[in-house]
Design a binder for this molecule. Structure first.
Ligand code: ZN
Length: 500
């Protein structure tokens, strides 16, 4: 018995010695196992789900879900370049969308292509493209550049390469493996490697105008050998605590050519100053337009009321400067926030710093109060520096009036909208102007819409807008969109709804 036991001990000791020679779960062992030192570029494809972050029906629920029928990411690590192609179809929640038989199961079938090269981001595809067919640069490109570049380094091989190049530190974790941390510019990146030499999670923070320093996480599981390279079969990305992407990987190519020239004008567009054009809609009422994101200003007695603060602080500062030029010597006392979608609320904090009271529905107020407590250290905005306490004036019982003998402003809750559970429209009774958001972007003026399988349907957002105008018995002469190129009339709205 003793002889047998000592034999076992010898074998155990031999195995332990072999393991000590070649450690597992370290940056070096994972780099070797995943081939990160000789993979210059990678392309992975699959199917799954994509979520429209920042466009939640309300701040307390997940982002709208899209089915991804095709997803391909082509990444070149040497040049920090990536090209993501995605074909998506929105999974329609029948409780939110008016049931139209032709729409059964989904909406769209839209392709989008997202690029980043050397920090410069641009997007091609259905989501941004006016009829020009030219590459469309979103106004928030600088933000997209940061987000997409960080995603390159939040792939397994990308993470290992970035760790090796940026003086990473490691510490052991439970179960045998390590946690590897490094700084990539101002971004802290933390990844975890398991005892099988697989990178199973990477997290980092990027700036978001509303959420501040926003946690992004990538999870990698179900590793297998894809024609010679170990790669996860399942990838999940979250952002600000919400699902962003889930992909089941079906194919991986190693070292494919990924050459993506930056289209002409993109570099300049990224650094160009924010443009604001002013249209006078009526006496004392101004439309302050950007590329696709607008605000409205109303001159009320001794102060100014602004409607909507889209995108981010850069845009808000440009709009504020422009309106102070247009209506001199008056303070902006109120900012009406239509809803909490990120493209409409990213610039609200700047108005808080400006001293304005935020007029919004209680659900949005609760979200802002919660979200704005997060630190904004990655990109400190004015409110982060001034630490002013936000002031709110909630729209309760569906209506709030900002009184003025000459130019009163009515803020009405838009009820039953599939777009947002917590959204207002703004009516100016003297001018008979209705400012509406996301219900009718006049670019899509040509109705009826035809869906991907040839069915005809009326846009439910537009129908809901019309229903609300009727419900409130508003006498509207002019509809002013907070996206879209021009104002419209009620006759046009009825035509778009196939009523005339
Ligand atoms: Zn919206």
């Amino acid at each position: 018995m003793r002889r047998w036991m000592s034999g076992v001990l010898v074998v155990v000791a031999a195995i332990t010695a072999a393991a000590a020679d070649k450690q597992v779960g370290t940056l070096e062992s994972a780099t070797e196992a995943l081939g990160a030192d000789h993979i210059r570029s990678i392309e992975f494809s699959g199917t799954g789900n994509w979520y429209q972050f920042g466009q939640e029906p309300n701040p307390n629920v997940p982002a709208p879900e899209f089915e991804v029928s095709s997803y391909t990411a082509s990444i070149d690590y040497n040049t920090a370049t990536s090209h993501i192609q995605r074909v998506t179809r929105q999974l329609v929640d029948p409780t939110r969308w008016r049931p139209v038989p032709q729409m059964a199961g989904g909406r769209g079938g839209e392709g989008a292509q997202e690029f980043v090269a050397g920090g410069i981001a641009w997007t091609l595809g259905a989501t941004g493209g006016p009829s020009t067919g030219l590459p469309v640069t979103a106004i928030s490109d600088a933000k997209n550049g940061e987000e997409r570049t960080m995603e390159i380094w939040a792939t397994p091989q990308g993470f290992l390469r970035a760790a090796a190049a940026n003086h990473a530190t490691s510490k052991p974790i439970n179960g045998g493996g390590s946690e590897v941390t490094f700084m990539l510019g101002k971004h802290k990146v933390v990844g975890k490697i398991n005892a099988q030499n697989q990178v199973f999670s990477v997290h980092y923070w990027i700036d978001n105008p509303i959420l501040g320093d926003m946690l992004c996480e990538a999870g990698f599981t179900e590793y297998r050998n894809f024609g010679g390279v170990m790669f996860p079969g399942h990838i999940v990305r979250t952002q600000g605590g919400k699902m962003r992407l889930e992909i089941m990987v079906s194919e991986v190519k190693v070292n494919p050519p990924v050459a993506i020239p930056v289209p002409e004008g993109m570099r300049e567009a990224m650094t160009a100053p924010v443009k604001v054009t002013v249209d006078r809609l009526a006496d004392g009422v101004y439309w302050l337009r950007g590329f696709q994101w607008h605000s409205v200003a109303v001159d009320q007695g001794d102060h100014i009321v602004m409607i909507d603060a889209p995108l981010d602080e850069e845009r808000s500062l440009a709009v504020i400067a422009k309106i102070k030029q247009t209506i001199p010597n008056k303070n902006i006392t109120y900012l009406v926030n239509t809803h909490a979608h990120f493209d409409h609320a990213g610039g609200v904090r700047t108005y808080v710093d400006e001293g304005a009271t935020i007029v919004t529905l209680p659900m949005n107020q609760a979200f802002f109060e919660r979200a704005w407590r997060n630190p904004h250290t990655l990109n400190p905005d004015r409110l982060e520096l001034s630490k002013k306490t936000p002031k709110f004036l909630p729209v309760t019982n569906g209506k709030l009036v900002l009184n003025d003998s000459k130019r009163p402003i009515e803020v009405h809750e838009q009820v039953g909208s599939a777009h947002s559970d917590s959204v207002v429209m703004v009516y100016l009774p003297v001018e008979k102007i209705l400012v509406q958001v996301d219900a009718w972007n006049t670019e899509a003026l040509s109705a009826p819409r035809i869906d991907s399988i040839g069915g005809e349907y009326v846009n439910p957002y537009m129908a809901n807008l019309y229903d609300n105008i009727m419900r409130l018995n508003l006498d509207v002469r002019m509809l002013v969109p907070l996206h879209g190129p021009r104002t419209t009339t009620m006759t046009e709205l009825r035509q778009a709804l196939l009523m005339e």
